[in-house]
Design a protein around this ligand. Structure first.
Ligand code: ADP
Length: 599
């Protein structure tokens, strides 16, 4: 299991491969379900290309076979044929666009769904290593780049090659000498297109980087707006944003100027081609070596050189970008979750709730152990409080119990069963987890309470809320249980969010409760409310609590004192105080004040 590290330069370092065959094969597997539509789109593309090539040919026939001989009756047919051709090409292009775009969108839909499903499965360790913003960008931007490849890239190459090849062959068959003379502009056009590709590529890469910078700046500014305002840093932020925004403007200006230089150059070179045809065509005509219609057709064909040449030079850049995006997406999809069910893992039924850490060691990174040889037995129904200085390993203890990570050595047993031998799902169904920073999802209070048991009836939701003292404040909202809590519960106070989290845990009725007590202070009334709610929540369950409240510690059956990844003391409050070790020290610093308040 490799660690997943994010490099800031990710956005820039597009690998040099145009397209990796393995990436392509995998992409094709996403297109396969829509192959009928994709093939129909390709047929339409062929029809459209053929119709486009036939236009000048018809014009030549019109001139040479009808206009010059003065056959105006036949001209009606040829004019109708021309109109028909135009209609055919329009229809074929319409269907091509539609079908291929539909395939592209379907592929994106599937890819996003797979990526999201996989992201949800990945273990905590993965998220430790990658910023959320980067993952969001994978799901939104990189997946978009893949669509380009599916609906643009490959098909455009085919169209361009066919168009260019078709023009060359038609011109050669019409008049090979004049054709060779007209092809003289092709190398020039290629040079122009290539110059454009290099400069535009550079400019757009800059634009993309700047856009990413703006997004990052914005994301940080918005999430941090409360801190910004409380320190009155708005001006400084604006200056910083201005700088990024200015750089973006400059990058875009560069891109625009590249365009504005190249469009006239292309027109100039194209008109050079037309001039060549006119000049040499006119002389051949004077010698009776060419018909007028051929000259007209040539003039039309010469104007069509540049499009395909430009696309063919550009397509390499596009493919490279899309390939890089695909690689990033597949890299995530190929990251195996650290915590996976063993083959044949059994489902854990409803447990009694004996918890046992046996000789557990654990490191987040390499050999830096944050837990060392921890042995701890918690009998069913007991309440254990974890205390210790910051960084002692308390959160790590509960992360391992919930199997968010797996121990490097030793094992964690529940009712004597190794947690690695059962399915994660059945394991977590036996556990309620209430973390310090209560995360509420956008939606109603009711939905948030039933998060772990969506099928719970309204009465059950209310019963749970009553038990943890949340019912009264919920009913004080005009919309009661239907109150929308907004993103992250922005509308509720810290204490209220806690009570809702308690109700959520209670409703799921787990045998084992994991609680990381909130440190944030609440008013005295809420404090009492939370204490009582907690009593009701914990009753009859095994509980492991990272305790911050004196009352919680006092009511614990056993206090586990941790320091630097080891258990250094264990016992009841009074015993530990009498011993005069780390606990009594912590007590002096952390809890004494609370005692004074409570008195
Ligand atoms: P506590 O909860 O007692 O404050 P933790 O269990 O959170 O302690 O942390 C124990 C040690 O592990 C600390 O040194 C901390 O820096 C480290 N640590 C915690 N979480 C991670 C993580 N996700 N990745 C790497 N190191 C971590």
């Amino acid at each position: 299991m490799g660690h997943w590290h994010f490099h800031g330069a990710d956005l820039e370092d597009e690998s040099m491969k145009a397209i990796d065959p393995r990436v392509l094969r995998r992409l094709i597997s996403y297109v396969t379900p829509y192959r009928a539509r994709f093939l129909a789109g390709m047929v339409m593309m062929l029809v459209a290309t053929a119709a486009g090539l036939a236009g000048p040919w018809l014009v030549r026939t019109a001139v040479d076979d009808f206009i010059v001989p003065g056959d105006s009756a036949g001209l009606v047919w040829i004019a109708s044929a021309y109109a028909g051709l135009y209609l055919l090409s329009w229809l074929a292009n319409y269907w091509r666009e539609l079908l291929i775009a539909q395939v592209g969108q379907s592929v994106i839909f599937d890819l996003r769904r797979d990526l999201f499903a996989h992201l949800q499965k990945l273990s905590f360790r993965f998220f430790d290593g990658v910023p959320a913003g980067v993952l969001i960008s994978r799901v939104i931007n990189d997946v978009g780049a893949v669509q380009e490849l599916v609906s643009g890239g490959v098909l455009n190459i085919i169209t361009d090659v066919l168009t260019l090849g078709g023009i060359v062959i038609l011109m050669l068959t019409m008049h090979w000498k004049l054709a060779l003379i007209s092809f003289a502009t092709m190398p020039l056009l290629y040079l122009v297109a290539n110059g454009f590709r290099v400069r535009a590529g550079r400019a757009y890469r800059k634009v993309r980087t700047q856009i990413a910078n703006i997004a990052a700046n914005l994301q940080e500014s918005i999430s941090g707006v409360r801190v910004t305002q409380s320190f009155a840093r708005e001006e400084t932020n604006l200056v910083r944003f201005d700088r990024t925004n200015q750089e973006n403007l400059q990058a875009n200006m560069e891109a625009v100027s590249v365009f504005s230089v190249f469009v006239p150059i292309v027109e100039f070179v194209s008109s050079l081609g037309t001039g060549l045809v006119l000049w040499f065509g006119g002389r051949f005509y004077g010698l009776g070596a060419v018909e007028a219609g051929v000259i007209v057709a040539f003039m039309l064909y010469v104007g069509r050189f540049f499009g395909p040449i430009r696309d063919l030079t550009m397509v390499y850049n596009e493919m490279q970008a899309a390939n890089a995006a695909c690689e990033k997406i597949f890299q995530i999809m190929d990251t195996e979750p650290e915590v996976v069910d063993r083959p044949g893992a059994a489902a854990l039924g409803v447990v009694r709730g004996d918890v046992s850490y046996q000789d557990v060691s654990f490191a987040y990174q390499d050999e830096q152990y944050v837990l060392q040889d921890v042995d701890l037995d918690i009998p069913a129904g007991a309440r254990f409080a974890l205390v210790g200085p910051t960084g002692a390993g308390k959160s790590t203890m509960i992360n391992l119990l919930a199997r968010f990570y797996e121990p490097a050595k030793g094992a964690i047993l529940i009712d004597g069963i190794d947690t690695r031998e059962v399915t994660t799902r059945s394991l977590r169904r036996n556990m309620g987890i209430v973390l310090q920073d209560t995360f509420l999802f956008s939606g109603t209070i009711k939905d948030n309470i039933r998060y772990g048991r969506p099928e719970a009836a309204d009465e059950e939701v209310m019963e749970a809320a009553r038990t943890v003292m949340a019912h009264d404040f919920i009913m004080r909202f005009p919309e009661g249980y239907q109150t929308d809590v907004r993103e992250r519960g922005g509308k509720l106070s810290v204490g209220q969010r806690q009570l809702i989290a308690f109700a959520r845990a209670l409703l799921a009725d787990p045998r084992i409760l994991i609680l990381d007590e909130a440190t944030s202070s609440v008013d005295a009334y809420t404090e009492v409310l939370i204490q009582r709610a907690l009593e009701n929540l914990l009753r009859g369950r095994t509980s492991v609590i990272i305790a911050h409240r004196l009352s919680t510690i006092r009511n614990a059956d056993q206090i586990i004192v941790m320091d630097q990844g080891r258990i250094v003391e264990r016992g009841k409050h009074d015993e530990l105080l009498a011993r005069g070790g780390l606990y009594s020290h912590l007590y002096e610093m952390q809890f004494r004040a609370q005692e004074a308040e409570a008195v």
